[in-house]
Design a protein. Sequence first.
Length: 70
Amino acid sequence: MSTLRFKTNINCGGCIKAVTPTLNEVVGAGNWQVDTNSPDKILTVNTDELTAAAVVAAVEDAGFEAQAAA
């Protein structure tokens, strides 16, 4: 399983609640988390199948921004 990391603007519990249905559908429940304490609001995704572009598209579909983190 590979781990992908993204800088996001998902910065609070309300934001996480808003993005949860989309990420659970695309990534799978339990396969992602957002560190809202990090200055870059890092979204970590564990996947064998998804590309970074697919995760970014899912986050954007939920109304937020994401870009691959170094």
